[in-house]
Every structure is written in C-alpha cells, then in structure tokens.
Design a protein around this ligand. Structure first.
Ligand code: AMP
Length: 506
C-alpha cells in the first residue's frame, strides 16, 4: 500500500482538522495538506516523474516539506531526503548516486548547491513551487509494500554514505509499532519537528498523519532549545524525537531558565548513546516524559524501545540496569546477539546485534557488496555490539569498529566514557584506541571540560581506578575545546583516531 493513503483517509473524514504549523501558526488543515500534496503530485507526473523515480529534498525543516514528501509519494516516486547541513558537494554526490530526477531546495542549502549538480532544482520558497501545489489533484499511484518510498543516506561517520532502501512496507511496520511500543497518538497531539525531518523525526510523520495529529515545525527550521520550550507551551501536548546531545541541551536550557517543559508530552530519544548521568538529570527535572528507541537507517527507529515507565520507575529493583539498556525488541522485529558464525551467544554475553523483521531494509541502493556484508541469512547485522539479558533487555556495548583491543582484552569505550562523565568538570568525552607497539592499542580520552574548569588528569584517573578495571583506564588524556561531530551530532571517532596518528596532535 502507498503510505500516502493514510493522508487521503485522514483528510476524508477530518479535513478541517489543523494539520501543518509554522511555529504557532496553522498554515494548512488536513484538506489543504492533501490538496496541495495531490496537486504537486499531478504536476510532477505531468513533468514526467514516474512511479519508482527518485525526487530529492535538500532543505531545513519547513511545513511544506511534508507537502512535498506526500506529493512525491502520491506520484508513486521515492523521496531522497538530504540533511540540509551536508556540504553541497556531498549533497551533489547523493543526487547523482540516487539518480534523482528533481530536487526541492530551500534556504542556504539550496543556494549553495547552485551549479554543483545538474539535477533540476525547484526552490520551495518560489512562486514556481507555489504554482506546483495548485495542480488539479491526482489519486495516489498504487504501491506495493516492497516498493521504494524513501532513499535514506546513512550519516557516514566513515567513507561515502550508503543509500538505504526504505520501502512503503518498512515505513508501515515502523509506524504501526510506534503506538504499540513507543507512545500512543491522538488527534489532539502534535509532532514537534525539533530534529531534522530528513532523519528519524521525519520517520514519525506518517503515524501522526494517520492519527490526524498536528505537525509543528519550528520557525528556526533547526534545534533551538528555547524555541522548543516556547512551542511546547503554546502547542502542547507535543511529542518529539531528539538525539541525546539535543536532550542534553534542552535540559541545560530548561534548568538554567527554571522552565519545566510544560506542554511536552513525550521526548523519544535515541540515535546515539544516552549517558546515564544525562537521562537521570532529564527525568529528575522534567518527570516521566521519556521513551528511548534504538534503530538505525537500515531498520529505521524500530529495533528496540524502553518505555516511559521503564525510564522513570526508580522503585523498580532493575531500574538502573534497564535505564542503561535500550529496552526490548519492538513488536515488529526479532533481535538476537550472535557470534561471527551467526549463532546466538548466551545471555549477558557481548556479541553483534542482529535484527530480522518487517522494518528491515531489503538492501542498499545499487551496492550489492555492502548489502551482502550487512544482510546475512535474512538478518541485518547492525555492526553494534550488545548483550541481551534473559528477560530480553538489550544493552548496547559499543559500535564493533570502536571496540579497543588492548593486550588481547576488549575494552568498550562507552563504559569508560560513562565513568568519566560522572566527574562534575567533564562536559563531553570520547574514548578511542591509539596503536601501541606492545599492547596493540591503548586507551586515550578526549575531554571537553565545563567552562571555567581545567582538565585534571589525576582526578579522572582516580575516578577510573575506583570504578573500572585498571586495564581500561585511559593512558592519556587530551583536552579539546569541542569534539568533532557529524551533521547528526554523532562524535566522529575516526577523526579522533586520525588526530592520534598525526605527529602534531598525537
Ligand atoms: P543511523 O543509521 O545514522 O541512525 O545510526 C544508527 C546507529 O546509532 C546505531 O547502529 C547505533 O550505533 C546508534 N544508536 C541508535 N540508537 C541508539 C541508542 N538508543 N543508544 C545508543 N546508540 C544508538
């Protein structure tokens, strides 16, 4: 089924419901949302866009992003959402790799793309775009569950990004798991797009369309904690997806201004490690409003979930262990932790996390080698190391490529980072391995200290001695003003490792 059918159905019975908001202002009800998307689809079809063609979006968050997305789907085409913060050369590469027929652009992203790509561009702020939305509406092209809906380029912490083929069926599975495993949605609720719609936040749009909820896009088009707190108060109850680094910033902004997050119904966090110290502080301040998910582009947002109660219920004897986990398998997938021969390892033993089920991709876009490495015997090999408890809680230990092997022992950087982060002067930290002639690798910690404080190696070393095995202690500390991050806020450990190879900084 074409995912756009959900928009048609919601608009058929609730056309006068408020749908799209730019900040506090309603810019379209569901009838207008449908009519503009279906009009755009008809114009795309008239311009020769056929079912299966790719149409890209290179724009910061804006309300008509959803009109364009649904217009692309109604025409039977697949969307190629590109993070607006990518370098225009990277965007041009994605346009070329995906074979996009057209790209919708706006803001700086569009201006910088300029002549770097031969793919025709339509500025979403232009009269031409407005005219496209006025086309006589068309009905959604029939699509099968296996047809491409969204070509999602992985964030690429190493090498060229790969295009994950996200099908209509995958989106449906992820969407239907949301009310079962993450959070209920009702028409009075609003999805607040505080994180890029080209990524996880956008994956949650369809379930909110299905339920006839509101879609609120911040005027800044980006993540501004004060704006999020304002909009939640004005438009609540709102739910939003935030990466852990964003939640950290939201908590800092709220505690500094004494605001309790009125209007925030749910913050779904995930996409990277959430440190215990950060989530505990967030729950202390905001209360039980947090749900964690674990996913990856190859199984979008839909591997595991840790419920609101599991995050918040401190009276539970297993609360701390569960909070340090990513929860249990979502209803639409099987999760296993396996050895290199794909055999399940015993409970509580680290191994690679493998996933099987409806939201798992059928493969990468035109990259059979990467597909063969990642999909084995029907299982998605996530590249994440984790352990599964006997009662089904999955704890992520680390990315397999980030594991440090020193003197033959595995050291999981995250464990060391968790300890260092409990020091009050440490704002951010990232632990990597540096080649060592005797040990293979040794542990090095890059540390960002809080303003007004300095790196105190002795204190950090004492902390590690008190908490973890001696061989896991960093052998060196490097003070840095900030950590290198990719456009989704993930720390680029490859950059840090490269710095250690560099005679100047290493
Ligand atoms: P991406 O495909 O860019 O969304 O990145 C997915 C990767 O982010 C996963 O393979 C994990 O390594 C990491 N990740 C996602 N969710 C979580 C989570 N809840 N906790 C820790 N790491 C996560």
């Amino acid at each position: 089924m074409n995912m756009a059918e959900w928009l048609i159905r919601t608009a058929a019975t609730g056309g006068d419901r408020p749908a799209l908001f730019h900040g506090r202002d309603c810019v379209a009800d569901y009838a207008a949302f449908r009519d503009r998307a279906a009009g755009l689809a008809a114009r795309l079809a008239a311009q020769g866009i056929r079912p299966g063609d790719r149409v890209a979006l290179f724009t910061p968050n804006r309300p008509d992003y959803l009109i364009a997305l649904y217009g692309i789907w109604i025409a039977g085409a697949a969307a190629v959402p590109i993070n607006a913060k990518l370098h225009p050369k990277e965007a041009a590469w994605i346009l070329q790799n995906s074979g996009a027929r057209l790209v919708f652009v706006s803001g700086e992203a569009g201006a910088t793309l300029g002549t770097l790509s031969a793919v025709p561009q339509i500025d979403m702020g232009s009269a031409a775009f407005a005219a496209l939305m006025q086309g006589p509406p068309m009905a959604p092209e029939p699509r099968d569950g296996g047809d491409l809906a969204w070509l999602f380029y992985t964030s690429g912490t190493t090498g060229r990004p790969k295009g994950v083929r996200i099908t209509h069926g995958m989106l449906m599975a992820t969407s239907l798991a949301y009310p079962v495993d993450v959070d209920t949605v009702s028409p009075g609720d609003a999805a607040l797009y505080a994180a890029p719609m080209t990524h996880g936040a956008g994956i949650y749009a369809p379930i909110h369309v299905r339920m006839g909820a509101r879609h609120v896009v911040p005027v800044s088009g980006g993540f501004d904690p004060a704006e999020v707190l304002d909009l939640a108060e004005a438009c609540g109850p709102v739910s939003m997806f935030l990466a852990p680094t964003m939640l950290r910033r939201l908590t800092d902004a709220a505690t500094a201004s004494g605001r309790r997050g009125d209007g925030i119904r749910t913050v779904v966090y995930g996409g990277g490690p959430m440190y215990l110290a950060d989530i505990t502080e967030a729950v202390d301040w905001f209360g039980p409003r947090f749900v964690q998910i674990y996913g990856q582009g190859e199984c979008p947002m839909a591997i595991t979930a840790l419920s609101r109660d599991e995050v918040a219920d401190r009276a539970h004897p297993d609360w701390r262990d569960r909070l340090g986990s990513v929860g249990r398998a979502q209803s639409v997938v099987e999760v296993a932790v396996v050895d290199p021969a794909l055999r399940p390892v015993p409970p509580d033993t680290p191994g690679e996390i493998a996933v099987r089920g409806l939201p798992v991709m059928p493969g990468y876009w035109e990259n059979p080698e990467a597909t063969a490495k990642t999909l084995r015997d029907g299982w998605l090999m996530t590249g994440d190391v984790g352990r599964l408890s006997a009662d089904g809680y999955l704890t992520l230990v680390d990315r397999s490529k980030d594991v440090i092997i020193s003197g033959g022992s595995n050291i999981y950087p995250r464990e060391v980072e968790e300890v260092l982060l409990t020091h009050p002067d440490v704002a951010e930290v990232s632990v990597v391995g540096r080649p060592h002639p005797d040990w293979g690798e040794e542990v090095v910690a890059f540390v960002v200290t809080r303003p007004g404080t300095e790196l105190d190696e002795a204190a950090l070393d004492a902390l590690c001695r008190a908490e973890i095995a001696r061989f896991k202690r960093p052998k060196a500390y490097v003070a840095v003003p900030e950590l290198p991050k990719n456009n989704y806020g993930k720390v680029l450990k490859t950059d840090l490792r490269a710095r250690l190879q560099d005679p100047e900084t290493g």
